[in-house]
Design a protein around this ligand. Structure first.
Ligand code: PYC
Length: 313
């Protein structure tokens, strides 16, 4: 029997399954190099940890790994039901709140190496609570790559911006869909068809990178904007999506609709809210996203080597 300790949290409704230690050595080097070795040699663990019957398509996983950058306290590799993520905002908030629950971090600022760069996570003090769970993540630089790109869905032309926030996003406003919990199936179907059209039309991120997240925006009564975000494996993000909000902030700044330091509230389709703002480093836009995470369960995954579905369906 293989035993894999885990800790589950959720950030604004979106779950993160933290695997605090890997059952093998990934060798030396940067977190990006460790990710290449994981992809090449150990993808079975991703499927084992995340897929049904042990997990589900909704889960995002986080492997805690040693950082290659000596200025960082932690390294992390995020993964989902179909592969690996560059960065993950809700996942970083979940990671830091989980480490706080485990007593491994105290309020203050930590540097965390991801495959796409170093982020700074600040765990805020919480005098009243059992463990501090509010985290701000100063992300890697975000930017808009393409503006107002037309695509046809069911004969209707819609437009979107292509932006980077740690993952690649297509951000759409003129979709005409109701961004509401009652409409999840139609939203999922629509966003998936947007993604298919991006591929069919050769629309990509920088250097031909695949755009694997789609964001549909709408007005909100409780925040500055509400969004439905479709993730690469066809699950929707229950949180407002930290990297997606970063991409949105970069577009707002580029359009002159957001000033440095101004707070933007982004609401998810389930109603959770992240606060975001940008600061400038020369001409680079650095987003910061804040939210809360809650630990939900801890334990040990058991993998019986005789189990035909032990490595996921
Ligand atoms: O919060 O950045 C995020 C994220 C990406 C995919 C799911 N959540």
């Amino acid at each position: 029997m293989i035993r894999i300790p885990f800790l589950d949290s959720h950030t604004g409704g979106e779950p993160t399954r933290l695997i605090p230690s890997l059952p093998f050595d990934l060798g030396a080097g940067s977190v990006a190099e460790k990710l290449s070795r994981l992809k090449r040699d150990h993808d079975r663990l991703r499927r084992t940890v995340l897929l049904e019957p042990r997990g589900s398509e909704v889960l995002v996983g986080a492997y805690l790994v040693p950082p290659g950058d000596s200025t960082c306290q932690f390294g992390v590799i995020f993964f989902n039901n179909v592969g690996y993520l560059g960065m993950c905002g809700h996942g970083t908030i979940g990671l830091i709140a989980s480490l706080a629950y485990l007593g491994r971090v105290a309020p203050g600022t930590l540097r965390v190496e991801t495959p796409v760069g170093v982020v700074e996570a600040t765990l805020h003090k919480n005098e009243a609570g059992e463990y501090p769970n509010r985290v701000s993540v100063k992300n890697i630089p975000a930017y808009r790559h393409l503006t107002h790109i037309p695509i046809a869905i069911d004969g209707k032309i819609i437009h979107g911006d292509v932006a980077w926030g740690g993952n690649w996003f297509f951000l759409v406003h003129d979709h005409g869909m109701d961004v509401d919990m009652q409409n999840l199936e139609a939203l999922t179907d629509f966003a998936w068809r947007v993604r298919e059209q991006l591929t069919a039309n050769g629309i990509s991120g920088a250097s031909g990178a695949e755009i694997d997240h789609v964001e549909l925006f709408a007005e909100s009564n409780e925040a500055d904007s509400k969004s439905f975000v479709l993730c690469p494996g066809k699950a929707y993000d229950r949180s407002p999506c930290g990297t997606g909000t970063s991409a949105k902030l970069a577009c707002l700044y580029a359009d002159g609709k957001l000033k440095a330091g101004q707070v933007w509230k982004q609401q998810s389709v389930v109603g959770s809210i992240f606060e975001g703002s940008v600061q400038l480093d020369g001409d680079r836009i650095i987003p910061t996203i804040s939210g809360e995470a809650w630990v939900m369960s801890e334990g040990t995954l058991l993998v019986d080597e005789r189990d035909p579905f032990g490595a996921g369906i």
